[in-house]
Design a protein around this ligand. Structure first.
Ligand code: NDP
Length: 434
């Protein structure tokens, strides 16, 4: 706490991992050697920089840019870029820390990093977004590279923003590789990358349910958010026969008692991805109920998939969901459930998957994009999807290996934290102190 004042999200993420690994370390004392834990909680490098740009009115705007290069023990730093006014050091350090263990779980050779800016793309023109992305890259480009640090998208950074940043990267570096993952298909992007986080979250939920003798088909699902992860979670959950009842944004929740259909989802995607609109507009065109200011968690469901942002599901929400018969939580977002909510889920024996396990499909497919780029090949959709599905099954297995309790139930929190920790820690110990 003394080393990281004013960084509650970072301390929350570290405490959650340490609570899981502490009893494990007691039985495996080699993990106390070489100052391993102290090194693991200190990012290898943190870069903070000024981003100045000129808006459409000719006014100079100044934002802050960040890149946290947390850990490179098992490969180049890898993790998304977030543009949101809430972005600060604490949030990006928590994300980079989580990313380190998540990337280890994918079994692909990727270290952990995260970056972003307090820039708010909402309400900006396309030209402003492009100018901001270019200004951001004039500093970031010197710190990244396909063997050093490979960024991707996150909140506020989708295909458009990745394209502008990758283009500027190419110009400044005078190299064609563009470095980023999540690129457009015409310049090295991978099929299934946009879908991967949402699909992977649903694959993981299905694995958990199957392991417990259940299936997603016929279950009622609440999804929060309406961005990249949420949209493809809705699509895959529907295709597996679930009834999806909600989506949301920071303005409120859209509730569809009948359950989403592919037609309604494509309307939502048009409004969000083409017009950069709000879900209140989606409710206007579809006639679905919009509940201003509400989160989706008041709706009785069997499965909750928080796919918006950190700490969006608190203790009160968890109590209500459990009271209403919740069976499973698969996190599409990073750390969307507060520590108290997680404790309640685990006490109630709800099948609960932390984001670092259930949302790892996005970065896993980014890893597949890096492989395709390195080979100068592109795999067909079916192949990438099949590999994604196998990776999610593998992560589920790793969670069972380290998280199965004596009574046969599974703590996916312990499973994911310990499995990720072991891989990173072993690599750090083998490489010595630096
Ligand atoms: P998008 O920007 O595409 O969508 C974010 C969604 O979350 C929007 O609906 C947004 O609503 C909502 N949201 C964001 N901040 C808040 C807030 N403070 N309160 C309420 N709602 C909010 O981002 P993604 O879908 O890419 O990311 C969503 C989550 O998934 C994040 O936690 C991200 O870290 C995580 N993730 C993403 C991956 C990816 O591949 N994209 C990979 C792994 C994890 P509004 O427009 O109103 O802000």
């Amino acid at each position: 706490k003394q080393r990281n004042p004013g960084q509650p999200e970072y301390l929350q993420a570290v405490a959650e991992v340490m609570e899981s690994v502490w009893p494990f370390i007691a039985n495996h004392p080699k993990y106390t050697e070489q100052g391993l834990l102290e090194r693991l909680v200190e990012p290898e490098r943190m870069i903070i920089f000024r981003v100045s740009w000129v808006d459409d009115r000719g006014a100079v705007r100044v934002n802050r840019g960040f890149r946290i290069q947390h850990n490179s023990a098992i490969g180049p730093y890898k993790g998304g870029i977030r543009f949101h006014p809430s972005v600060n050091l604490s949030i990006l350090k928590f994300l980079a820390f989580e990313q380190t263990f998540k990337n280890a779980l994918t079994t692909l050779p990727m270290g952990g990093g995260k970056g972003g800016s307090d820039f708010d793309p909402k309400g900006c023109s396309n030209a402003e977004v492009m100018r901001f992305c270019q200004a951001f890259m004039t500093e970031l480009y010197r710190h990244i590279g396909s063997d050093t640090d490979v960024p991707a998208g996150d909140i506020g950074v989708g295909g458009r923003e990745v394209g502008y940043m990758a283009g500027m990267m190419k110009k400044l570096a005078n190299k064609s590789d563009c470095v980023f993952t999540g690129k457009g298909l015409s310049f090295g992007g991978s099929l299934i990358r946009p879908e991967a986080t949402g699909y992977g979250t649903v694959y993981f939920a299905e694995e958990m349910l199957n392991h417990a003798g259940k299936t997603l088909a016929g279950m009622r699902v609440a999804v929060s958010g309406s961005g990249n992860v949420a949209q493809y979670a809705v699509e895959k959950a529907m295709s597996l026969g679930a009834k999806v009842l909600t989506v949301s944004d920071s303005g409120g929740t859209v509730y569809d008692a009948e359950g989403f259909t592919p037609e309604k989802l494509s309307r939502l995607m048009e409004i969000k991805n083409r017009d950069y609109g709000r879900i209140s507009e989606f409710s206007e065109v579809t006639g679905l109920q919009f509940i201003p200011g509400a989160k989706p968690w008041q709706i009785p469901v069997d499965v909750a998939m928080p796919c918006a942002t950190q700490n969006e599901l608190d203790e009160m929400d968890a109590r209500l969901l459990i009271k209403n018969g919740l069976q499973c939580v698969a996190e599409g977002a990073n750390m969307p459930s507060t520590a108290d909510a997680v404790k309640l889920f685990e006490q109630a024996k709800v099948l609960y998957a932390p984001g670092k396990a259930s949302n790892a499909g996005g970065v896993a497919t980014s890893g597949l994009e890096m492989s395709q780029n390195a080979m100068r090949l592109s795999w067909p959709r079916e192949e990438v999807d099949a590999r994604l599905h196998e990776i999610m099954k593998g992560i589920h297995h790793a969670c069972l290996d380290y998280g199965t309790r004596p009574d046969g139930s599974v703590s996916y929190v312990d499973g994911a934290n310990i499995a990720g920790f072991v891989k990173v820690a072993d690599a750090m110990l083998a490489q010595g102190v630096f």
